[in-house]
Structures are given as C-alpha cells and as structure tokens.
Ligand binder design. Structure first.
Ligand SMILES: [Zn+2]
Length: 303
C-alpha cells in the first residue's frame, strides 16, 4: 500500500501533471517535426498511466472493472477517424477563401492555445445542443449509456456524433487555415482531455476547478436523470457553462454506483454494433431521456 503522502500528492497533482506533462510532450514533439505517429504513442502512454492511477487511487473502486470490448472498439474507431481527419487536412486546404488567416508566425504554444479555445467553444455548444435536440440526442446517447465512470468512457461516442462535434469545433479553424501540425496537437489534446474528464481517479482540482472541465465537474453531467444531468457541458474549460448558466459544482456531492447512465433507458445496448444502430431505431425506443423537458427539476448553481 503506497504511503498516504504519496496518495495525497497524486490526488492533488494527477490532473495538472497529466495535462502539463502530456500536452507539453506533444508540443515538444511537434516542435521537433517528429512524426504524428508519436502522438499516438503518447496517447497510449496517457491511457495506460490513467488506468494505473485509477487502480492506485480510485474515486469508486467498483468502477475499476477493466476496459470493455465495446468501449475499446469505440476508442479505436474514433481515434482512427481523428487520425484520418488530420491526414486529410492538406487535401482540404485551398477550398476555403480564408485559408491564409491562420497566425502561422505565432509560437506553436499560442497557436495550440488558440485552437483549443476555438474548439472548446464549438464542441461545448454542440454538446449543449445535443441535450436539447431529440435528433442529436439519439447519437449523443451512446456516450451517456455507460453506467460507470472511467477514463475510456471519454472516447465512447457514436462516430457520427464525433464527426458532428469535431466539425463544430474545428470547422472555423479549418476555414482560416489550421495547419496539419496544430490539428494533430488539437486531436491529441481533445483525447487527453476526454480521458481526464471521465477518469475514475480521485483527483482534487483546487482552484483549477474554476477553469478546467475535468472529472470532478463532469461527473455531474453523467447523472442519469433528465434535467439534473444537463449541466457542465464544457470540454476544456468552464467558460461556456458559466455563460450558459449550466455550471454546477458541490464539493460535498459524492457519487455512487447506480447514478450514471440514461434513466429511461437502463437497457441501452451494450455491444458496439447495437450502439451504432441505436440512433436509427424507432423514435419511441430511443426518445431523448436526457433532453431537458419543461418543468424538469431545477439545478443547483455554481457558487
Ligand atoms: Zn452529454
């Protein structure tokens, strides 16, 4: 059993070190003109490290049941799609009349930050919309079907919904000429953020919780009850939730097994093929359980 001081240090440092360490390493690799394949190696390392930390310091030990084949398939398909999207960028450039507006002369770290902030806006707003549109919810529901909270959940998405979110986040960037190098970095940072946002590590954020949309905030989003879970939509930051009035946090709130998933669809399909087809099933069987209904329970607001 590791020393209590070591566990206390991991609790406090896990999120900032993972974010700074892995994003920093990715920036360094791209700065060195290393192959983008190294970013995949880095992502795999982040995934393995997060699994190790979940074992060492779980928020809820019962959720450490290993990665399911269905979730691994989602992660593989969705990350492959991201790689193909990044590889396709040179083919797309030239189609936009504004493709030369990207500030290529900025230091790479500022270009990365610009890409992250613009993508955060588009992806967060599309996520928010996906809880309000019955059609979008059908595709987003796949992401909410999981009844436990662990890192790989972040990469569980219907590929069409990932495409919709990605276009909302990167469309404006691509129009003004997002270079392939920064797009690769952005794809890496999105995957890392999703991993940390759904991690089962008992992390503490301290003042970072005002800025970063990580697991302690995102757990509120995965509550299974309509209305209650329609909060904390942010991917990278809490900025858009504050503007939308959907930012929620209660430091005393402790989540236990049975609180996550889709309240009205406890029997949501558990295998990959069925989850791919679920959005196309008849409306009655996939109606948006988490779509906010008039008169849904009121929310706590962030202090
Ligand atoms: Zn959601």
């Amino acid at each position: 059993m590791p020393h209590r001081l070591i566990l206390a240090a991991i609790r406090l440092l896990y999120a900032p070190l993972m974010l700074a360490g892995f994003n920093g390493a990715a920036l360094w690799l791209v700065e060195q003109n290393a192959s983008h394949a190294w970013l995949l190696v880095l992502l795999l390392a982040a995934l393995l490290l997060s699994f190790w930390a979940e074992r060492l310091l779980p928020y809820e030990a019962a959720w450490n049941r290993g990665a399911s084949a269905c979730d691994l398939t989602h992660a593989f398909v969705n990350e492959t799609a991201t790689v193909l999207g990044v590889l396709a960028i040179p083919l797309l450039s030239g189609y936009s009349p504004w493709h030369s507006y990207w500030p290529q002369h900025w230091p790479l770290v500022w270009q990365w930050l610009l890409a992250v902030l613009v993508a955060d806006c588009g992806i967060t707003l599309m996520h928010w919309l996906s809880h309000r549109s019955a059609l979008l919810w059908r595709f987003h529901a796949v992401h909410h079907a999981g009844t436990r909270f662990y890192g790989l959940n972040g990469l569980v998405k219907h590929p069409l919904h990932q495409l919709i979110e990605t276009m909302a986040g990167t469309g404006p960037l691509l129009l003004i000429g997002l270079p392939q190098s920064v797009a690769g970095l952005l794809g890496f940072s999105v995957a890392l953020q999703l991993l940390l946002q759904h991690s089962n590590v008992d992390m503490r954020l301290g003042p970072l919780r005002y800025l970063l949309a990580l697991a302690p905030l995102h757990r509120f989003h995965h509550q299974r009850w309509a209305g209650i879970g329609d909060v904390n939509f942010g991917l990278f930051t809490t900025l858009w939730d504050r503007l939308l009035g959907t930012a929620v946090y209660d430091p005393q709130r402790r989540f236990v097994p049975g609180e996550f998933g889709i309240g009205t669809q406890p029997d949501y399909p558990r295998n990959y093929r069925a989850q791919l087809l679920a959005p196309f099933r008849p409306a009655a069987s996939v109606s948006g359980a988490a779509v906010t209904a008039p008169g849904s329970p009121s929310r706590q607001t962030d202090a």
